[in-house]
Design a protein. Structure first.
Lengths: 447, 702
């Protein structure tokens, strides 16, 4: 089959769980003889393409054809709108897609390309599968996490609650100019894609009408997949029609750890705790550092893996929090093929997230590797990490509870071994098989 | 995949029916119209936001304009009141205040009497360097302030006094002049009247009283003796500087005293300005100020040659009576008795203080040179004085002659000489002849002097011409001032026009606001239309989906039906049976579903009841816990008390045991004693009954 994957960014410059999952699927499908292409947005840098207002280029990443496109920020002046309605990007995507033949289009993330990632294939009569990798269709910052760190259930206050979360100055401006009732009256109407003038009314309208617009487009997809029940319930609780979103838990490639194996822990050795992921506040790295610092240094060791350059202010804050503790080490980034080596250095992995994780790949990888996972009892994590079965959970942000769990694990290796032996993660091959069945059925119906 | 996603594709195959195509076109058209309407609405909203933002800016500009106008008014006020004098707003609680000035040479007691005479009226004393000591010397009382103002001229004192006070009327008293409190009140009342520039009391020194002063054509003042009159308030030409009251409103209207004038001419100059504005000076005859001396005498002592006062008068004349400047200059003997260079220097100094001096430097230099040459050609008064002194020695008489009247006096001297020499001896004849020759020479000199006088008059005529030129220049300057005034008026007009424009802008704003309200209503209508369109669109989409779905099913069904109609017919019955079965199953399932829903409802009700019971139990449990806690606390308290009591019992038991032991010992001791009483050899006695009873009772005890 000729399959097109659409994603908001792709390897090798961008490495998050979404990119890794797309990579695994693409490589597995291509290994099965399918022709997979990827189209990805790339942040526009004038340094890279001087004197240009847009670019489109073809690359090959690990043998997978990748088509990248981007437009200058001047065509996305209304940031709140351009993030999901960008007419120039839509035109570029449509032009590129019309010149090619695909049997199915699978959208993993539509940010930047916006609704065009869905409407262009639909208008061309192509079967469309949409994967919900996070809460982007529901939340402008795709985290369901407010500016003050509080969890959010979805656009509050008829969408006006998103204004102070995204831009407090915009919220103040809308109130000062008394625009709210007029914008509220237009909530059900989609913003004109060409309305890129960043006026307060248009920016506010782009945020307030966002969910309605994205849900209406998403509902047109031929299949919508969610990796967790929690995410599906969030969408349905916010008004997305029930019965449309199907469930497809993430699968992982079996060979991604190389020769690395989970090593037994020596009795005299301190408990080796690992964190793998972005060093951002909503990931709650400060929680695990605070917990480790509250324990005797000779009882536990913490390794923090993740880029210190992504959010330097938070990384600096973490380093200050760690202080001179000899049992806390910041190890930086690692290559995807080094994952097995990294995980082999852990006795247990922590996922201390403070937001509704959809399905954290870090937890899945650890479970597949045979490590017990200590995670926040929150959102989609709780579906993956089951308390006292394949890991232990604690209330989000509760340093004392996490410290108590780590103390317990440090003193009971049999518990660690018992939890670590019950991973239960689907294989990527299972995902591919399910998707191929879906693709085939949709393609047949389209014909 | 736990729940395989299954959603039928809605993509229509090629060859759609015309109805579907029409519907799609209609849908696309409606979408386009909807987008247009939304864009239109957002444009209106953008305009609304812009207008509201600009309205906010307009408010800021309006506030800024108001601030600028305040600044403009304040600046005008400051310009009007020169010499940094700020006219403070009068306080309603203080109708008038007193300013005492010129107290540098005054003894402290005189000043104290002046302060006491003012009673409870606020008084501000302008003192020199001795102000700190003076403040200590004066008895403390409320409303008394001493300001340090070293050596002020009258104008500086008046301006400072106005700036240092806040009352509506200020009474100025010079050099310890006393004015009783009630007289101050009458004076202030008169000064506050409409059209009054100043109110003055009668000024008394000894038995002399003056009501004011008049001035001649050269602004020289002459005190006016007080006249008897029935009316308590009359009018006088000019005020005396020793005591007067000035209303702040009159001060604000007339402007500050000119501090360039260093003598009391400043008061006259100020009054000339006030009179030009049709204000008058009134005298309050039942207010008598007792003065120690006169300011004019003090100034004359400091200005022995009168040049300072003459210069001030020339300046004041140049402002108010420019035609009199030349005459006043010539009529000032002080100038014409000076040596040529000094006269030229002082003459130039006076001329350069004239208002238009800056623009007429060349004309002033010419005038100064002419004056110098004129004085050089005349016979100086000192020379004539030498001649007279020589004559005095010859005649052996004393001639008291004023320098300015020597020609007439000289004639009288000659006549006297003729009378005195008539009976003299021959030896005087020669002297007489010599004197006659000298007189003849004097006459020749006089002729020469007259000739010079003619020449000087010619020069004066030339000076007059130059002065006329100056006057013309002054007129031109006045014209320029008028033009500037016109410019100010024009700017005021422009300001008013700007205000009108602002008002018009506000009206336009109101119009725009009304228009925006209309547009808001339009938006609402558009939104309603949007809603209808949305509903239509959704209906149409649903309709289209239904049609597509029906079409697809129909096609599939037809495709199945056409090649195997017979088989389908056979299968139809089977299908019908299955359908019936399915319907029955569906009905059964529905019933089961309804039953399940009912059970769920019942369970929910039961759950609610259980929840309610649970809440009650939780509440009871809380109360039980509280009671239990209280009981536990009481029990612990009782246990503690019990423990204390047990301890006390044990202590008491011990004490009782001790007491019983002591008692037993005592009893045994008493028994022994009683037994010994009967057995002793000396003074034996029989035991009393109670002793025997005691002995019997305790003998039985072990």
């Amino acid at each position: 089959m000729r399959i097109l994957f659409v994603v908001h960014q792709y390897l090798p410059r961008h490495v998050t769980g979404t990119e890794q999952y797309v990579r695994s699927l693409a490589l597995t499908l291509r290994g099965g003889g399918h022709d997979v292409h990827i189209i990805a947005w790339e942040p526009f840098t004038e340094l890279e393409v001087p004197d240009a207002f847009w670019f489109a280029r073809d690359e090959s990443v690990e043998g997978v054809p990748v088509h990248r496109l981007s437009v200058h920020a001047r065509f996305a002046a209304n940031r709140e709108l351009a993030e999901y309605e960008n007419p120039l990007a839509a035109e570029m995507f449509a032009g590129w897609l019309r010149s090619r033949q695909f049997d199915v289009v699978h959208v993993f993330h539509a940010r930047h390309l916006g609704t065009a990632a869905l409407t262009v294939p639909l208008d061309l009569g192509l079967p469309l599968v949409v994967h919900l990798m996070d809460f982007w269709f529901l939340c402008p910052n795709f985290l369901l996490l407010r500016r003050d760190g509080a969890l959010c259930d979805g656009p509050p206050d008829g969408g006006f609650g998103c204004l102070p979360c995204i831009d407090p100055a915009l919220a103040d401006e809308v109130e000062r100019l008394h625009l709210r009732p007029h914008v509220a009256a237009l909530t059900a109407v989609p913003p004109p894609p060409g309305g890129q003038t960043p006026t307060p009314a248009r920016r506010a309208h782009a945020l307030v009408a966002r969910r309605e617009r994205l849900f209406s487009v998403l509902a047109r997809a031929h299949a919508v997949l969610s990796p967790s029940r929690f995410l599906r319930e969030r969408f349905e609780a916010q008004g997305f029609p029930r019965g449309i979103i199907g469930l497809l838990p993430y699968g992982l490639a079996a060979d991604r750890f190389g020769d690395a194996r989970c090593e037994p822990r020596g009795e005299a050795r301190p408990l080796r705790i690992g964190y793998v992921g972005s060093l951002t506040r909503h990931k709650g790295v400060h929680v695990v550092i605070a917990a480790v610092r509250s324990l005797p240094p000779d009882a536990v060791q913490l390794q923090v893996w993740g880029s210190l350059e992504s959010v330097p202010a938070y990384a600096s804050e973490l380093q200050q929090l760690a202080g001179e503790a000899p049992n806390i080490a910041f190890r930086g980034r690692f290559r995807p093929d080094e994952l097995g080596r990294v995980l082999a250095g852990f006795d247990v992995q922590v996922v201390p997230s403070l937001w509704y994780e959809n399905t954290p790949f870090a937890a899945l990888e650890a479970l597949q590797f045979g490590l017990p996972v200590v995670a926040s009892a929150l959102g989609g994590i709780a579906e993956v990490v089951r308390h006292e079965q394949n890991g232990l959970t604690f209330p989000p942000g509760d340093v004392l509870a996490l410290a108590a769990i780590l103390r317990r694990l440090a003193g009971a290796d049999e518990l660690r071994l018992r939890l670590g032996s019950r991973g239960g993660v689907p294989a990527i091959a299972d995902n591919v098989a399910a998707l191929l069945e879906l693709y085939g059925r949709l393609a047949a119906e389209a014909r | 995949m736990a729940e395989p996603p299954a959603k039928p594709a809605t993509t229509a195959a090629a060859g759609e029916t015309d109805a579907i195509a029409a519907l799609r076109n209609q849908l696309a058209d409606r979408d386009r119209r909807l987008a247009e309407l939304t864009e239109h609405s957002l444009r209106i909203l953008d305009e609304l936001a812009r207008e509201r933002a600009e309205a906010g800016d307009r408010q800021v500009l309006r506030a800024q304009n108001a601030r600028l106008q305040e600044l403009l008014a304040d600046t005008r006020s400051r310009v009007r009141q020169s010499a940094n004098v700020v006219v403070a707003a009068p306080l309603p609680a203080a109708p008038f205040e007193v300013v005492s000035w010129g107290v540098d040479d005054l003894d402290d007691k005189r000043l104290q009497r002046q302060v006491e005479a003012c009673g409870g009226v606020s008084i501000t004393v302008l003192a020199g360097d001795e102000a700190p000591g003076l403040a200590l010397a004066l008895p403390p009382r409320s409303g008394l302030a001493v300001l340090q103002q070293p050596g002020p001229t009258p104008a500086v004192a008046f301006n400072t006094g106005m700036a240092a006070t806040q009352a509506a009327v200020v009474v100025f008293l010079w050099g310890g002049t006393r004015l009783p409190e009630e007289a101050l009140a009458r004076l202030a009342g008169a000064a506050a009247a409409e059209g009054v520039a100043m109110a003055v009391p009668l000024v008394q020194i000894g038995k002399q009283r003056w009501s004011g002063q008049s001035i001649d054509e050269h602004l020289r003042g002459a005190r006016l003796p007080a006249q008897k009159a029935k009316a308590p308030i009359g009018e006088v030409p000019f005020a005396l500087p020793e005591a007067f009251a000035i209303a702040r409103s009159a001060f604000a209207a007339t402007g500050a005293f000119d501090q360039d004038l260093r003598t009391d001419v400043a008061l006259i100059e100020w009054l000339l300005r006030a009179k030009a504005a049709a204000m008058r000076v009134v005298v309050v005859r039942d207010a008598v100020a007792e003065a120690v001396g006169l300011l004019a005498d003090r100034l004359a002592a400091a200005d022995a040659d009168g040049l300072l006062a003459a210069g001030d008068r020339l300046i004041a004349l140049a402002r108010h009576r420019p035609a009199q400047v030349t005459a006043a200059l010539l009529a000032s003997p002080a100038y014409w008795t000076l040596p040529p260079d000094e006269l030229a220097e002082r003459f130039a100094a006076v001329l350069r203080r004239l208002p238009t001096a800056d623009g007429n430097a060349i004309a002033i230099d010419l005038l100064v040179q002419q004056a110098r040459s004129l004085v050089q050609q005349a016979v100086p008064a000192p020379v004539l004085r030498q001649h007279l002194e020589q004559l005095e020695r010859i005649l052996d008489v004393t001639l008291d002659l004023g320098a300015s009247h020597y020609p007439a006096a000289l004639r009288r001297v000659v006549d006297q000489v003729h009378v005195s020499v008539r009976g003299a001896g021959d030896q005087l004849q020669a002297t007489l002849e010599r004197l006659q020759r000298e007189v003849e020479a004097e006459r020749e000199a006089k002729g020469h002097l007259q000739q010079l006088l003619g020449e000087r008059q010619a020069a004066i005529a030339e000076l007059q011409g130059a002065v006329d030129e100056l006057r013309g220049e002054v007129s031109r300057c006045q014209g320029a001032i008028r033009e500037q005034k016109d410019e100010i008026i024009r700017r005021d007009g422009a300001l008013l026009a700007a205000k009108d424009a602002l008002a018009a802008t506000e009206r336009r704003t109101a119009d725009v606001a009304r228009e925006l309200a209309g547009k808001a209503a339009e938006i609402t209508a558009v939104v309603r239309a949007h809603d209808e369109l949305l509903r239509d669109r959704d209906d149409l989409r649903q309709h289209a989906r239904n049609l597509e779905e029906s079409l697809r099913h129909a096609r599939a069904h037809a495709a199945e039906l056409e090649p195997a109609a017979a088989r389908v017919a056979a299968e139809r019955d089977a299908l019908a049976g299955r359908l019936t079965t399915a319907e029955l199953g569906l009905a059964d399932a529905r019933r089961r579903g309804e039953d399940a829903e009912r059970r769920v409802a019942e369970l929910e009700q039961a759950l609610a009841a259980e929840s309610s019971r649970l809440e009650t139990m939780i509440g009871d449990l809380g109360r039980y816990r509280s009671d239990l806690e209280d009981t536990r606390t009481d029990r612990e308290r009782l246990a503690a008390k019990q423990h204390d009591l047990g301890e006390q019992c044990r202590q008491l038991d011990a004490r009782v045991r001790d007491a019983l032991k002591v008692l037993a010992d005592r009893e045994q001791w008493i028994v022994t004693l009683l037994q010994e009483v009967g057995k002793r050899r000396w003074r034996p006695r029989a035991l009393a009954d109670y002793e025997q009873q005691f002995l019997a009772a305790h003998r039985r005890q072990p």
